[in-house]
Each structure stands twice: as structure tokens, then as C-alpha cells.
Design a protein around this ligand. Structure first.
Ligand code: ADP
Ligand code: GLC
Length: 477
């Protein structure tokens, strides 16, 4: 049995802005099922959704600050979550990265460097918790200082750094480095320095014993200039210590047979009942309640990564077909505005909800016929996995984890029953439109469509295999 400290800036259901929270809320459970002793550590944000089991554990002094550590558990489990409490940094309303009005926190470097320092103290059993980690598993830039700080320590645990997204790096000025009082030995291009800037993500990439990404394909992509953001050379240099492990999903939360957030449960054997959810979704979005018109859904952060510009440009053309489109998301104000405008122009076909809403996300997965995800890059992507499990066929671009998890409907894959969606290559309106038309055409063939839904719903997206891969990695390290 290994003692694993899982360091993350968000964890579902306590706080979530994206897929990292889903992973941090489900992979530790899968590792615990494999008899590992996993502890999760996150900041104690003002916005955390906590139950009544929260207990104060200890106070640890780091960088001249007294930081409290509280303890709770992931729901219905024995997985302990340690909450790093420093109200000056984490006690304000907002999410982990922005204030309540969507402005990025100005003190992110201070916040996450303190968080990393506390994680180091905890992992080394210097926080009065009577627990020393064998493995520290860090995730994304917010935890990037941990592997760097640990290389300076004797008798340290082994470190794994998982890249969920190369686009966010935690870049700050050299002056900030000095102000943070970080060890001078780490200011060099083999550790935290990146072109005379402090790079949190580089701490993880350069200093962790092993690096993983959340899909095998993305592990290759980030070794190229197109996806590497200037770190492709270092990543390639470390390719022997870099691999991709595909994300699993929480198959209890995302299960159309038992999901309590949708009006009608269904399974691969009772697929016809899915129509009840479609009607409910059309009603929610004030669209004509027509069971036959194909309904395309999209949920996501409205940012460049997700190809939202392509969607906007495409919608003008899509509406020429008998189709409905529903969207749930928030992010870039320009995208939000343009999407809203389109919904005013085509009220019978396009409906948009700006915001974050987990109940509605489940209804969209259950009620749509197709799920659109034309990402420009996608380290793994979870929505295409959820949608397959709900028999909602994904239309995706062949990139990152989308390429690894969706099988394009081609004559051979349709014949051998492996097809689960629709895939296009080029990030262009033409390519996307062609593929949507291909999906709309197949939709008219009810038998073929139902078979694809069954293929998708029968796929195993549980954590089982991937958690075993992480465990093998921990054992090896
Ligand atoms: P990313 O982490 O890049 O945002 P993923 O596909 O890995 O993309 O995960 C996104 C997660 O966040 C999914 O669980 C998705 O349902 C959820 N999500 C994104 N936007 C919203 C929203 N507006 N409302 C509810 N859930 C959302
Ligand atoms: C990131 C990526 C997404 C991935 C998620 C969880 O936010 O953008 O592709 O699924 O992390 O690993």
C-alpha cells in the first residue's frame, strides 16, 4: 500500500471549474479501491461546498505565515481531503482563478506558492498530521512548485506531475520570484526559470520524477511546437519519463440508468426512453418540442481552446438544416455576446445559456442526440466520454484525447460496430460543417443510429484500467 498525496487546485464536488475537478474527485477514489492510501490537498476557498464533517487538524508555519489545515472526506468515501486555510488568500468569494466578477486574481503567484509550500510540509510529515507521503501526485501549474521544492530535500517522496493543460502555465516576473522568497538554487533554466520568467508549470515538467498527460495522443502533441508553448524541447528531452494515461470518468455520477438529475433514466436496453429527456431539454430551452428534429448539444468553457469561434461561424450554415442547437457555458465575453445574438436571430433553432449549471449539464448529455466538441486542442476532454455513455454521439476534431476516445463512423467501423461518433481533421468551418452534415444524414437512418448509440454506451470509460496504470507508475517510482 502506498501513501499518495494528490495535489490539486480543484476537486469535485467541493469546487469545480473544469475537468481537473472531475479527475481529482474520481481518480483518488479509484486508487482507494485499489487499496492505496490517498489524501487529497486543496486550498480552503470561500466557495467550497462543504458538509458538516469538516474538522480543524493543525496549524503549520510556512514562509512566516500561520496556515491552518482542516480535514473533510470525499462524499461516501474514506478518502481524506486536507484543506489549506489562509483566509487572506483563499477567503474571498470567487473561483480558484478569478474573483466573483471573472477577473483573474492578482495574487495567484502568492496563493499557489503558499499552497505548494504547505503541500511540501504535509508530504514530508512536518505538519503535525503524522503522515508521510511515498508519492506526491501534482496536477497542473498550481502545484508545479512542489516537485521543484522537493528536489532540494533529502528523503523526499517520489513525484509525479500530470499535465491537464499546457495552455495555462503560471508565468510571473523575476521580481515576483524574489518577492515570493523562493530558493535561489531553483532560479535556472533547468528548474523554475523560463526565459527570465518564473514558470510554475516548468517546476513540474523539469523537476518531477515522472510526467504524465491525460491522453497518450496529447503526450506526443506537446512535444511539438504547435502544442508545446516553448516547452516542447524540454518535454521531448524527458520523453522517457513522459507518458499519457487516459482519464476515466466517475461512472456512478455519470450514469444514465441512475442519474438523479435527469427526468428519465434509461439504459442501452431502454434507449427509447431517452426521448423524454430530449423533450425536457427542448422545453428548458424554449425550443419547439419536436422528437424527430436532431438536437446538438455543447457544454464547455467558452475559450479559444474549445473551438467556439468555429462553432459561431458554422451556426449560420447549420441553421439551413432541420436541426436544433443548445449551448451551456461561460467564459470569453465576446463569445458569450455573439452566441446570444445568434440565439435571438434564430430562436427556433439556437438556444444559449450563459453560466455554470451542473443539473443542466446532465440534462444536455441525456437529452441531446449529438454532442459538439470541435476543440483546437484537448488534453483529454471528458464531455465526449460522458456523451458516449449517454448515447449522445460526439462530433469532435481529431486532436488530443478526442482522437483517442471517439471512433469515427466510417463504413468499416459501422460494420464492425466500433463506431461511436464523428471525427474531423482540420480546424475549419468547411471540415466541421461536412462532418455535421454526415452526422445529420446518418441520423435519418434510425437503425444505424441506434447501433452507434449502443456501441458508444457499451464502451468502458471507468477508471479501473487507468488507475492501475497510475499504480504501476507509483510502484515503479
Ligand atoms: P476542460 O477541463 O478543458 O474544461 P473537460 O471536458 O475535461 O474540459 O471537462 C469539463 C467539465 O466541466 C465537464 O464535467 C463539463 O460538464 C463541465 N462544465 C464545463 N462548463 C460547464 C458549465 N457551464 N456548466 C456545467 N458544467 C460545465
Ligand atoms: C483540462 C483539459 C481537458 C481535460 C481536463 C481533465 O482542463 O482541458 O481536456 O479533460 O483537464 O484532465
Amino acid at each position: 500500500m502506498r501513501k499518495i498525496l494528490f495535489v490539486s487546485s480543484e476537486v469535485h464536488p467541493l469546487i469545480k471549474t473544469g475537468g481537473l475537478a472531475d479527475v481529482a474527485g474520481s481518480l483518488p477514489l479509484a486508487l482507494a479501491e485499489l487499496d492505496q492510501e490517498v489524501r487529497v490537498i486543496i486550498p480552503k476557498y470561500h466557495a467550497l461546498k462543504l458538509g458538516d464533517d469538516v474538522e480543524y487538524r493543525c496549524t503549520v508555519r510556512v514562509d512566516n505565515k500561520d496556515v491552518n489545515i482542516f480535514e473533510t472526506r470525499l462524499p461516501d468515501s474514506n478518502v481524506i481531503v486536507w484543506l489549506v486555510d489562509y483566509p487572506d488568500y483563499f477567503g474571498h468569494p470567487g473561483n480558484p482563478y478569478t474573483d466573483e466578477f471573472g477577473n483573474a486574481w492578482l495574487d495567484s503567484a502568492e496563493r499557489f506558492s503558499l499552497f505548494c509550500r504547505v503541500a511540501v510540509e504535509v508530504s514530508q510529515n512536518r505538519a503535525f498530521l503524522d503522515w508521510k507521503a511515498d508519492i506526491v501526485h501534482c496536477n497542473d501549474w498550481q502545484s508545479g512548485l512542489v516537485p521543484a521544492l522537493l528536489i532540494l530535500e533529502p528523503n523526499r517522496p517520489a513525484t509525479v506531475f500530470t499535465i491537464h493543460n499546457m495552455a495555462y502555465q503560471g508565468l510571473f516576473s523575476q521580481a515576483e520570484y524574489v518577492a515570493l522568497n523562493l530558493p535561489g538554487q531553483l532560479w535556472h533554466p533547468g528548474a523554475l526559470e523560463f526565459h527570465e520568467m518564473l514558470s510554475f508549470i516548468k517546476g513540474g515538467i523539469a523537476c518531477a520524477d515522472h510526467i504524465t498527460t491525460v491522453s497518450p495522443n496529447y503526450a506526443l502533441e506537446i512535444q511539438t511546437a504547435e502544442y508545446g508553448y516553448g516547452l516542447e524541447g524540454l518535454l521531448h528531452h524527458r520523453h522517457h519519463e513522459l507518458n499519457g494515461i487516459i482519464n476515466g470518468i466517475d461512472v456512478d455520477i455519470w450514469n444514465p440508468e441512475t442519474d438523479t438529475r435527469i427526468p428519465q433514466n434509461y439504459s442501452v436496453k431502454t434507449l427509447a426512453k431517452k426521448a423524454v429527456n430530449k423533450a425536457a431539454l427542448q422545453k428548458q430551452y424554449s425550443l419547439p418540442e419536436d422528437p424527430d428534429i436532431p438536437l446538438i448539444g455543447l457544454i464547455g468553457r467558452l475559450v479559444d481552446q474549445k473551438g467556439i469561434d468555429l462553432v459561431i461561424d458554422c451556426l449560420d450554415h447549420i441553421v439551413e438544416h432541420p436541426v436544433q442547437f443548445v449551448l451551456l457555458g461561460s467564459g470569453d465575453k465576446g463569445f458569450e455576446h455573439r452566441l446570444k445574438n445568434l440565439s435571438y436571430l434564430f430562436p427556433d433553432k439556437i438556444a444559449v445559456r450563459i453560466g455554470y449549471n451542473e443539473d443542466l449539464a446532465h440534462l444536455i448529455e441525456a437529452g441531446s442526440d449529438m454532442f459538439l466538441m470541435p476543440s483546437r486542442f484537448e488534453p483529454c476532454g471528458l464531455n465526449q466520454l460522458y456523451s458516449q455513455r449517454y448515447g449522445t454521439l460526439p462530433i469532435v476534431r481529431r486532436t488530443g484525447g478526442l482522437a483517442d476516445t471517439v471512433v469515427d463512423a466510417m463504413p468499416e467501423s459501422i460494420a464492425d460496430k466500433t463506431a461511436t461518433g464523428f471525427v474531423f481533421e482540420e480546424a475549419s468551418i468547411g471540415a466541421m460543417l461536412e462532418t455535421i452534415k454526415r452526422a445529420l444524414l446518418l441520423y435519418t437512418n434510425k437503425r444505424a443510429w441506434t447501433q452507434l448509440q449502443k456501441n458508444a454506451m457499451r464502451k468502458d470509460f471507468s477508471w479501473q484500467k487507468s488507475a492501475e496504470q497510475y499504480l504501476n507508475l507509483y510502484n515503479y517510482l
